[in-house]
Unconditional design. Structure first.
Length: 317
């Protein structure tokens, strides 16, 4: 069987076309028309072909006989002992009946040569199912769940294989705890890269014998684990645009609902359209940039760092 988790866009081609379905055939002979999303050594994740935007279903690998992909390729999931004794079944249509061809003369039993152990092992190797190498493509509003990392996709690359996920939860926090006569800049002035701002805060903490507790918004994101960070102002602006269907020029209820439903269905909290979210980008010693998810400007406002506003973490994939 497979050695590690393999991500996918289905074997019907990396573009994951919805023009044809994958067919999952279970060990009890029942069939499911599906769009296969992910195959691991333990389970198969898929969406029903009739409802590609619906919930993601999970099947144990040992409950599946084989999968026939949209391009006609087949992967078998039978136990190894079954594979050795039974040829792997394909789901291709039964061949048309053709006239029988006279059999070739058989070799007399007395002159037959036993197969060598090496040849037997090679034959068994050829019948074992090959690993399934698959790639996952994502859209805005998809739920992301890989190796324990969960979030909702809020940005995607052109090939839809990489992007940014947003934390399921949010919280009201200070940007920093410095106020009044103790105001200061820390160098987190990158407008486009929140990870760069996180690195600058870390460098400031080390150089000034400070602590992450002095930067509550950053600390909360950091505590989520490796790769999580407080987004820059441009990243929050892009999230707001994508939340509204790619533009702030019109109301896109369908995209908003898809985004919010993915958050709610997985234990998260809907995005707040009216409250400003802190970015990791500071303007000066007193204020940092914030933005919101609504259609009405202003989209960027400078707010005192010691005020409490909403915080969401992001992570690249």
């Amino acid at each position: 069987m497979m050695k590690k988790i393999l991500l996918l866009a289905t074997a019907s081609g990396v573009c994951g076309s919805l023009s044809a379905q994958d067919l999952i055939v279970k060990t009890d002979a029942t069939q499911v028309e599906a769009r296969v999303l992910e195959i691991s050594p333990e389970q198969i994740r898929y969406k029903r072909f009739s409802n590609p935007d619906g919930p993601t279903y999970v099947l144990p690998v040992d409950a599946v006989d084989y999968i026939r992909y949209a391009n006609g390729e087949t992967d078998s999931f039978r136990p190894a002992q079954a594979v050795q004794s039974v040829q792997i079944q394909t789901a291709a249509p039964a061949p048309t009946q053709i006239p029988a061809v006279p059999a070739a003369p058989t070799t007399p039993a007395s002159s037959a040569v036993p197969a060598s152990p090496a040849a037997t092992a090679a034959s068994a190797t050829q019948t074992a199912p090959a690993p399934v190498y698959v790639l996952q493509r994502y859209d805005i509003g998809d739920f992301y769940d890989v190796d324990g990392v969960q979030g909702v996709v809020c940005q995607v690359s052109e090939d839809k294989m990489h992007g940014l996920i947003l934390s399921l939860d949010e919280i009201y926090l200070h940007w920093s705890e410095f106020e009044k006569n103790d105001l200061r800049t820390v160098g987190a002035d990158d407008m486009s890269d929140g990870q760069a701002n996180m690195a600058k805060v870390a460098a400031y903490i080390e150089a000034n014998n400070s602590s992450w507790a002095d930067f509550p918004a950053f600390e909360w994101c950091r505590n989520k684990g490796e790769g999580w960070y407080l987004p820059s102002i441009n990243e929050i602006m892009a999230i707001g645009n994508n939340y509204n269907g790619g533009t702030r020029m019109k109301y896109d209820r369908q995209t908003r609902n898809r985004f919010n439903n993915a958050l709610k269905e997985h234990g998260g909290k809907r995005m707040d359209r009216l409250v400003y979210y802190f970015s990791s980008t500071e303007k000066d010693e007193k204020t940092a940039y914030t933005s919101h998810m609504d259609l009405e400007p202003p989209f960027v406002v400078e707010i005192p760092k010691h005020n409490k506003f909403l915080v969401r973490a992001v992570r690249r994939f």
